[in-house]
Design a protein around this ligand. Structure first.
Ligand code: SAM
Length: 256
């Protein structure tokens, strides 16, 4: 796809605010789409000029495209008249209408963390997500404990989904060229999350609190005395996901 020519003909100026860096390598686009294997409804966030969308339409029947930019929405309507295209902000979309769905996106940087939070919030309704992310954000999702990237996104994502790093994508295959490379990752819903589903909201709050100030001990972040459990004297990043979950349940049982 000659993105630059297409944009020029269309009189379109990419917006930084909306993270409009368009992929122009069709082989990579096909590989991203092939990484999604699902029988549920597919939602593409930010289809742009439709480089992923056209391959998606070849493979899946029940697809929704959500594009925030009105001009791109018009372009997509013209090129894919049969497709279900929604003009709007994906973060405000009514996902409750779908019982089970998958997400695919070359995510605009500005909403990448928020989209991952949304995917965590919508568990267990999302079966698979294939996301192209800035490499740094992908590293946060796949981080090991005690590393600087290990934090709220890592723990919450891995509590509800398996995280697979699929491949890196050079910044040279986008127009305009972004500052950093990207990584494609796949999240697959765990049939059984690592915490009991009824504790999901409390666990999310707990993780947000204990990582609120990374340099502080867990007891300080929670504003409780450190003597009830030895782990409280450590920083959150020093505990594995399993240990964080054990601590959550140990504190829960003492408060009940
Ligand atoms: N999918 C295209 C591609 O791979 O070339 C475009 C990807 S571009 C990185 C991000 C796209 O997301 C743009 O089309 C942008 O207008 C759209 N976008 C930005 N914020 C959005 C939001 N909150 N909701 C839906 N789309 C959004």
């Amino acid at each position: 796809m000659n993105v630059k020519k297409e944009l020029e003909q269309f009189g379109f100026f990419p917006s930084k605010r909306l993270g409009q860096n368009f992929l122009f390598d069709e082989n990579i686009a096909r590989n991203i789409v092939n990484a999604l294997d699902t029988k549920s409804i597919v939602v593409e966030i930010g289809p742009g000029l439709g480089i992923l969308s056209k391959f998606l339409l070849e493979r899946f029947h029940n697809i929704f495209f959500i594009e925030k930019d009105a001009l791109l929405y018009g372009y997509l309507k013209e090129h894919y008249p049969e497709a279900k295209i929604v003009l709007g902000d994906a973060l405000k979309f009514n996902f409750e209408q779908f019982d089970s769905f998958s997400v695919i996106s070359n995510l605009p940087y500005s909403i990448s963390s928020a989209t991952i939070r949304l995917i965590i919030d919508r568990y267990p309704h999302i079966d698979t997500s294939v996301l192209m992310l800035q490499k740094e954000v992908a590293e946060r999702l796949t981080a090991q404990m005690k590393s600087k990237n290990y934090g709220i996104l890592t723990v919450l994502t891995m509590t509800f989904y398996t995280v697979e790093k699929l491949f890196n994508v050079s910044k040279n295959v986008f127009y305009p060229k972004p500052k950093v490379d990207s990584t494609v990752i796949r999240l697959k819903r765990l049939d059984k999350p690592l915490v009991n589903i009824k504790d999901k909201e409390n666990f999310i709050l707990f993780i947000k609190k204990i990582f609120a100030n990374r340099r502080k001990k867990i007891s300080n972040n929670l504003k409780i005395p450190p003597d009830t459990n030895e782990k409280l004297g450590l920083r959150a990043e020093e505990l594995s996901i399993k240990e964080l979950i054990e601590l959550f349940y140990a504190l829960k049982s003492t408060s009940e």
